[in-house]
Ligand binder design. Structure first.
Ligand SMILES: [Zn+2]
Length: 417
């Protein structure tokens, strides 16, 4: 057998795959979803993986949001290295230096290369399929190969996506952006790609629409994992090494009696404490969960960052917030960036993390909660940090009880199975 080609990305070594390797990021996959579906008998392949595969618990990146974690997984590095610490941030350089709140989904904000791009440069055949298009450009940045989203599967071109006629390949219509089918399309496309061409390395990333609505073991959740089960089994039959993880967990964030979300509106509080709003030079609360698709969570998560006026004592404000019920931890910029490995220039003066059952808002008037048709489930905090890492092969050189990071998954799948 030939010696595997080695690549080095962000200070880590990876062997290029000698058999098709599929990394799956199941958005919002709290461990309990897998266990509940396996126990209910609806996901026999996942049950087999949990019993016979290599199974680890790991920690995702905090803020436990989708983009920071997807980018960590594909770069093998924390946000301090790749720069993506949310969907949304306050860019001091925007608007001619006056600063503005902007989306962080443009590849211009990415500060590190991906393992996917490096593998493709080294000659591997690489494919990426995401549910939402917002992630596609970040994940496929400078990558030669196939890269498309289910959301815009009808708009692919050879020049932009490395593939044509995805709808013909998959045999499914373009799903609604708020649907379980958006994720099913990702799996179906992954299977069809493996069936129709040579793929060395594939990255599949779903959406957490189902997990925001359905708790582990409920009908909607089990139906999703039963769907996923069939496609994973098929990929296994096609000879793929499979590594499955999540970008973050998911928890109920509402009052069980009333079904109303448990929200602390930080901007309203700070406007009151400082006697002025952000437009008058007051504090600015940023919720990095904010993105164009807020219907299922109302832009409410368990992580916020706050920019304070220069003359305000950040420690005193931090202590006042930390003393409130429902707050897990308040950290200064330096403390948060050290603990969570974040880029200091994209984080405010304070970082606020709320408890497992509580979310953080800006002003009550700025959150449209009419789209919350079921009681709120969300993420973002330390309480959603535990994620599964599952492999359909035995691993070598990793202690069975090792606590991994979700962004170790490429290392494990390429170097240790
Ligand atoms: Zn997510």
């Amino acid at each position: 057998m030939n010696q595997p080609v080695q690549i080095q990305v962000n200070g880590r070594q990876y062997r290029l795959p000698q058999q098709p390797t599929v990394i799956v990021c199941v958005d919002g996959c709290q461990f309990e979803y897998l266990e509940a579906a396996a126990a209910a008998g609806v996901a026999p392949y996942l049950k087999h993986l949990l019993a016979e595969g290599a199974v680890f618990q790991g920690d995702c990146v905090v803020p436990s949001f989708t983009n920071p974690n997807n980018l960590s997984i594909v770069t093998g590095a924390p946000p301090a290295v790749h720069g993506i610490c949310g969907n949304y941030f306050f860019d001091p350089a925007a608007d001619g230096g006056r600063g503005a709140e902007v989306m962080m989904n443009d590849p211009a904000y990415l500060r590190a290369g991906t393992v996917l791009a490096a593998a493709a440069d080294a000659g591997a055949s690489v494919a990426v399929v995401t549910a939402k298009d917002k992630l596609r450009k970040l994940l496929g940045h400078r990558m030669k190969g196939i890269c498309f989203s289910s959301e815009k599967a009808d708009q692919v071109t050879l020049a932009e996506n490395g593939i044509e006629d995805v709808l013909g390949l998959v045999g499914m219509p373009v799903p609604d952006v708020y649907s379980a089918a958006l994720s099913e399309f990702v799996f179906a496309a992954g299977v069809r790609l493996l069936e129709t061409r040579h793929i060395d390395l594939m990255y599949l990333s779903t959406t957490d629409y189902v997990q925001h609505k359905w708790a582990p073991g409920t009908e909607g959740a089990n139906a999703f994992y039963a769907m996923m089960d069939k496609y994973l089994r098929r990929m296994d039959e096609l000879g793929a090494v499979i590594g499955l993880t999540a970008d973050h967990g998911m928890n109920a964030k509402h009052d069980p009696k009333t079904g109303q979300p448990n929200v602390i509106y930080l901007q309203d509080l700070l406007d009151d404490w400082l006697g002025k709003g952000v437009d008058a030079g007051g504090a600015r609360v940023i919720l990095p969960i904010t993105d164009p698709y807020v219907v299922h969570h109302g832009a409410l998560g368990s992580y916020a960052t706050i920019y304070l006026p220069r003359d305000i004592d950040a420690d005193a404000i931090g202590q006042r917030i930390a003393a409130m019920p429902g707050i897990d931890v308040v950290l200064t910029n330096a403390q948060a960036c050290a603990r969570f490995e974040l880029p200091p220039d994209r984080v405010g003066d304070l970082v606020v993390v709320s408890d497992q059952s509580v979310v953080l808002g800006t002003s009550a008037s700025r959150h449209d909660l009419t789209g919350l048709t079921v009681p709120l489930r969300s993420h973002g905090g330390i309480s959603e940090q535990t994620v599964p890492l599952l492999f359909n092969r035995k691993t070598e050189g990793i202690p069975g009880k090792a606590r991994l990071r979700n962004f170790d998954i490429l290392d494990v799948a390429l170097n240790h199975v």
